[in-house]
Design a protein around this ligand. Structure first.
Ligand code: ADP
Ligand code: MG
Length: 325
């Protein structure tokens, strides 16, 4: 049975790539990494009830489990090539498992295909619903974006808008359904389930951003990682945090600010750029469709400090999502 499931996955995610010499079906995949490139490799695991609510649409899970990994490649300035998928599925009647797999593979393929990402192998086992995806991408030697490298005086920017995914989760928990109600709820829940990895932005930032990270655990936590890795602090202005009109229309100002500061799952890029290059970078990212907003700057010191609209420092007790706290 397991083999037929794997066949279903393979059929639905087929992607011809010259550099895949042997894909799904043998004991290991064989690939030919391009000469002269570095490999960027990342893995992320999503557990039902921890990273996504029970009953989440399998197609959304397929999309998101890949999206969160592509986001890691985007944050490194790498372009994606191959993926591995480890699926742990609860024991259920065969038709139900097949239905799950078909939906999952469809959502996965919707995101994989435009990026020409090939699923080259994985593992399938039974247990609590858990999805692990590993991705491999290419980056020219020395050009990867890392969390280290920011300098005091660099401007802090973020792509897209922040807080939408956290708002979507709040709405889901409050019993909202996408089908009913207004377009706002649908938009915010879609932002939670179908994040868009900022791969083009990551490529555009090569050689220009001094540090970069994707916002998965919330801006404060993730910008905090840049601070730590770069041995600096950051000062940001809450009034500058980019927030969608959908978010601002659905919650009051203080709530949207908290979502934007501490909500996870946005998968936007947060990065630092020397002041002289900010305008040009913003122009390029605007052309790519996501845009980039300046929200603050890097300073000597440690940790992230946030100013409110009156110039007062906020108590930043929000530390983002920590699985072991
Ligand atoms: P083995 O016991 O040798 O690891 P498996 O039965 O686990 O073999 O896997 C058979 C083939 O199917 C392998 O090529 C493996 O990479 C692939 N595979 C297994 N599960 C998945 C999955 N969920 N997604 C993609 N490929 C998979
Ligand atoms: Mg195996």
């Amino acid at each position: 049975m397991e083999f037929r499931l794997i066949d279903r996955i393979r059929e639905r995610t087929a992607q011809g790539r010259e550099d895949v010499r042997l894909g799904i079906g043998d004991d290991a995949a064989l690939v030919a990494p391009p000469a002269g490139q570095e490999l960027a490799i990342a893995v992320d695991t999503m557990v039902e009830g921890v990273h996504f609510p029970h009953g989440t649409d399998p197609a959304d899970l397929g999309w998101k489990s890949l999206a969160v990994n592509l986001s890691d490649l985007a944050a490194m300035g790498a372009s994606p090539a191959w993926a591995l998928l480890a699926l742990t599925l609860p024991r259920k009647p065969v038709e139900q498992v097949q239905q799950f797999i078909d939906g999952f593979a469809e959502g996965f393929a919707q995101l994989a295909q435009p990026h020409r990402l090939a699923l080259i192998g994985g593992d399938t086992t039974s247990g609590a619903l858990t999805i692990s995806v590993a991705v491999h991408g290419f980056v020219p030697p020395g050009q990867a974006l890392t969390r280290a490298g920011a300098r005091a005086g660099d401007v802090v920017l973020v792509t897209g808008t922040l807080g939408d995914a956290a708002a979507g989760l709040r709405l889901l928990q409050a019993g909202a359904r996408v089908a009913e109600g207004d377009g706002r709820a649908a938009y915010l829940i879609e932002r939670l389930h179908r994040p868009i990895p900022r791969l083009q932005a990551g490529l555009a930032l090569r050689g220009r951003a001094t540090a970069c990270i994707d916002v998965s655990d919330g801006l404060l936590a993730d910008l905090g990682h840049i601070c730590e890795a770069s041995a600096l602090g950051a000062e940001i202005d809450a009034s500058l945090l980019p927030r969608s009109s959908m978010l601002l229309g659905a919650f009051d100002e203080v709530v949207t600010r908290d979502f934007a500061l501490s909500g996870g799952d946005d998968y936007e890029l947060c990065f630092t750029v020397p002041p002289a290059q900010v305008a040009e970078v913003q122009g390029d990212l605007a052309r790519l469709g996501c845009g980039a907003t300046r929200i603050g700057r890097m300073v000597e010191g440690a940790g992230v400090r946030v100013r409110d609209e009156h110039g007062q420092w906020l108590e930043t007790i929000h530390r983002g999502w920590d699985h072991f706290a």
